[in-house]
Design a protein around this ligand. Structure first.
Ligand SMILES: [Zn+2]
Length: 195
């Protein structure tokens, strides 16, 4: 703490300055959502979510997967339209649900959820009832499906904001072997397909 009555100038000419090229909040939290998604065993779609409170503190993460105790070598990963018991949608917990349930009792009212795929109608209900105020999403590839249309109907009615993630740094390279992190901006078109 600096005494306001006695400001001491500790800076010298030519002193090393702080880094300005740091990762932005949205890049950090969406990056963490993506990292969480890499834990998913789903062979088709890996979705990650990261809940952040109003003070930019990470409250929880989640990814899509089978419920606790439901062996993911036994339960189905296919999408058999004729047999719900051989269809993953009957069983899988979505990333948003897991992130909301993983919060260890923390109050998430007013928080923001970063998620790699636009929430479905079931997750929209959870988001609304949990008091989340904002969704930042990466991909909306199911925008024309009734589940996404219903999701937006409910979110709009509940005045929950949603916005597409716009990366500041388009490549966040974490090379664990070399202990190097690189933040890169590319001019190439973004590929928004996460599957
Ligand atoms: Zn969902």
């Amino acid at each position: 703490m600096t005494d306001s009555k006695e400001v001491i100038n500790i800076k010298d000419e030519g002193e090393i300055r702080k880094r300005d090229d740091v990762i932005g909040w949205d890049d950090l939290f969406m990056g963490i959502a993506f990292m969480a998604g890499t834990r998913s065993k789903d062979p088709c779609t890996q979705v990650g979510a990261c809940i952040v409170d109003e003070n930019k503190r990470i409250v929880s993460i989640g990814y899509n997967g089978m419920p606790e105790g439901c062996n993911d070598d036994v339960f189905p990963w296919g999408k058999d339209p004729n047999n719900p018991l051989k269809n993953k949608h009957t069983f899988v917990c979505h990333a948003e649900l897991n992130a909301i349930l993983n919060r260890h009792g923390a109050d998430i009212k007013g928080s923001t959820i970063y998620v790699s795929l636009f929430p479905c109608n079931q997750c929209a209900k959870l988001i609304i009832q949990s008091g989340l105020k904002e969704i930042v999403y990466y991909c909306d590839k199911h925008a024309k499906k009734p589940s996404t249309i219903a999701s937006k109907m409910m979110l709009d009615a509940a005045s929950i904001k949603y916005r597409v993630y716009v990366p500041e740094k388009e490549v966040i390279l974490v090379d664990l072997a070399k202990k190097v992190v690189n933040l890169l901006t590319k001019s190439s078109d973004k590929d928004h397909d996460t599957t």
